[in-house]
Write a protein that binds this ligand. Sequence first.
Ligand SMILES: [Zn+2]
Length: 150
Amino acid sequence: MNISDGNKVIGFKVLKYKGIIFDEWTKDENRYWAMICPNCLKQYEDRIDLEIDSSGTGCCSVRGCWQDDDNEIDMKYLDFDINGVEIIEETLEELIDKLKEREMTLDGISHEIEYRENTDDKGPGGWDDTLYEYTTEELEVIEKVWDDYK
Ligand SMILES: [Zn+2]
């Protein structure tokens, strides 16, 4: 997370590819890849049909989609043409809009922060933020400004 001073904008990085926004991805030495579920694939296949790889596992990487793989879901790997990849920063307002779209609430965020502070499930190095989409620090910022964006 980057906090730019002055204008209260916080950048969360997202990957933009042919107009589609992905909120998670993996970068190998010279390529990017992500996961895509059948619904998102159907929605975007005219743009990405040549880059689909074999079946994969995990959560769909398209922003706003929370489809997990299970027995009935045929998740695909999506290889990006590296020239088409753009890493952009999402503003805090866009991020909060996204969370609201997913029916996240301020109470839900407060609850998550409280849980992380009080849980016994912290492991030897403390709470491991890297396992989650947002760090505790990020959640605290989101909580603070939640009501600023209606
Ligand atoms: Zn999806």
